[in-house]
Design a protein around this ligand. Structure first.
Ligand code: ADP
Ligand code: XUL
Length: 532
């Protein structure tokens, strides 16, 4: 008898990734595809389309559909044994929304294995372009929600976050007005995560409570839709959302499409899919106080598990914890993550990470007092909707440019000073850091993290903690079903591989960063004021 496998898929901004683990959590298979490179017919840049207003950002929903068959087909060609998969779960970029057209549930139910998902679902969406987390075009809707619910603190207390532009409820509110016909023709709205579950079950799958917390629609404590927020958002929305489900819930069996086309066992279960940051929390097994994660993907995020939610009206988010039904997670998100570092790399290091690393090695820690702010995209933390760059010398005087090497160090140091500042503001204090995501492969970046926070930085053997976490959650959900009760996630993680020490703090540099942090905070206030 072949041993069971558990499969995780991560539908992120730029890519679709698969990770399979066995029951002892050994990674037995990994594969990824890149939306821009592997699906050029959708004409995206790094998986997205930017609107002309500089604020609207969408991805074609059908791109994500086509990517699923392409990845599963490549897995089949590579000899992946789908028949061994006991359970599957997924991860999705948070906040993005999918609008299923009236009648789409019938199309999903009747998926035929001989035809692609893309051709069968071509007419299944009432809105062709999904708003995603990078969108910042809904300030008016955010203001309206906060006014209706009694202000930012009231929205934060109810939903875990004040109203944020990328949060799904505010995106839905905009769609309901600007694409009224499409909205009225929508029978179900999925998040990217629950949408992945729909593609596997061939039915509408519930939104899990961890990703559901990123919508400004869910009561963060009861983990059910908050009627007052739902009603304030858009007409008839309650009927389009379905049920909120626990992150470890079994949301259905695999559809025959996948059994026939790829060779899945008909008994394979689908476990609720969740957001990429929640799945990363699962992949890293974050539990202990003081253990924090820094994820460096398309977005940069810093997050930690916590037991008592203290939602802030000014910044950060509280989500339900995807692996602990009584717990929460706190998160701060940056839009100017990897794409902004890439932009500086392209301008100051000829597009080469080697040259980028050489520049880091040739510049002193603390950058001789230089501090830079880089907004290739409108920023979430702190909220600045205009793009731009601000550079300051050691005396806090604004300057127009830095030498190329200093520019590279500035974009890295500024980001982690900001994470220490804003993470600290919502109670994220590090005793140990787990780094993940594409840029966590970069040792020079990890050293800056260790020095700024003054703690050790660890990495997993692989940087894809979201798809790995989805695979772990597939195993977890399957165990919960099998035993007919909630099994603690810690039990699942007993055989998880240990982390690798990637950078130890240089305490002299840490002192330098301690004093820079005060300057950074003061300069940030100036930058914000000037940007308004
Ligand atoms: P996502 O899951 O959001 O699609 P990933 O976690 O896969 O993103 O990260 C992709 C990013 O990783 C790329 O945009 C790239 O800028 C960054 N990256 C890859 N290698 C390096 C490196 N050596 N140094 C810094 N950044 C890197
Ligand atoms: C989190 C957020 C991003 C996306 C990126 O709130 O907006 O990290 O999840 O995938």
């Amino acid at each position: 008898m072949s041993s069971p496998l558990f499969l995780g898929l991560d539908s992120s901004t730029q890519s679709l990734k698969a990770t399979a683990v066995d029951a002892e959590l050994n990674v037995v298979f990994e594969l990824a595809l890149n939306f821009e490179k592997d699906l050029p017919q959708f004409n995206t840049t790094a998986g997205v389309h930017h609107g002309e207003d500089g604020l609207t950002v969408t991805s074609p929903t059908l791109l994500w559909v086509a990517a699923m068959d392409l990845l599963l087909g490549r897995m089949k060609e590579a000899g992946f044994e789908f028949g061994r998969v006991k359970a599957i779960s997924g991860s999705g970029q948070q906040h993005g929304s999918v609008y299923w057209k009236k009648g789409a549930s019938g199309i999903l139910r009747n998926l035929a294995p001989a035809e692609s998902l893309e051709s069968q679902l071509a007419d299944a969406f009432a809105i062709a372009d999904s708003p995603i987390w990078m969108d910042s075009s809904t300030s008016a809707q955010c203001k309206a929600l906060e006014e209706k619910l009694g202000g930012p603190q009231a929205v934060a207390d109810l939903t875990g976050s004040r109203a944020y532009e990328r949060f799904t409820g505010n995106q839905i509110a905009k769609v309901a007005v600007e694409k009224k016909e499409g909205y009225e023709n929508t029978e179900r709205i999925s998040l990217v995560s629950s949408f992945v579950a729909c593609l596997f079950t061939g039915a509408y799958a519930g939104i899990d409570y961890s990703d559901g917390a990123g919508m400004n629609l869910m009561d963060i404590r009861s983990k059910t839709w908050a009627p007052v927020a739902v009603e304030a958002t858009a007409p008839g929305l309650a009927d389009k959302l379905g049920e909120v489900v626990p992150s470890h819930a079994d949301v259905g069996g695999i559809h025959n499409y996948h059994v026939e086309r790829y060779g899945f066992d008909p008994s394979c279960r689908v476990i609720a899919c969740s957001g990429d940051n929640p799945c990363s929390l699962a992949g890293l097994g974050l539990r202990r106080a003081g253990e924090i994660a820094i994820s460096l993907g398309t977005s940069d995020t810093v997050f930690a598990a916590l037991s008592e939610p203290k939602p802030s009206a000014s910044e950060g988010h509280i989500f339900a914890n995807p692996i602990d039904p009584d717990g929460y997670m706190a998160l701060v998100c940056y839009k100017n993550g990897s794409m902004t570092r890439e932009d500086i790399r392209n301008r100051a290091a000829d597009g080469s990470w080697e040259k980028f690393d050489a520049a880091m090695a040739s510049t002193p820690k603390g950058n001789e007092g230089r501090i830079g702010f880089y907004r290739k995209e409108p920023e979430i933390t702190p909220p600045i909707l205009s793009t731009g760059e601000n550079r300051f010398d050691a005396h806090d005087a604004a300057v127009d440019s830095f030498p190329p090497e200093a520019e590279i160090r500035a974009v890295v140091e500024g980001q982690f000073l900001s994470m220490r500042l804003h993470g600290g503001n919502i109670g994220i204090e590090a005793q140990q850091i787990l780094a993940t995501g594409g840029a966590s492969a970069n040792k020079a970046i990890l050293q800056v993290i260790a020095d700024v926070f003054g703690v050790e930085v660890y990495t997993a053997a692989r940087p894809n903690s979201a798809s790995l976490g989805a695979a772990y959650r597939a195993l977890h959900g399957w165990r919960c079903v099998d035993e007919g009760k909630f099994v603690s996630f810690a039990e699942i993680m007993e055989s998880a591989p240990s982390f690798i020490l990637a950078a130890s703090p240089d305490m002299e540099a840490h002192e330098v960063y301690n004093s820079m942090l005060k300057r950074y905070a003061a300069l940030e206030v100036k930058v914000m004021a000037a940007a308004k």
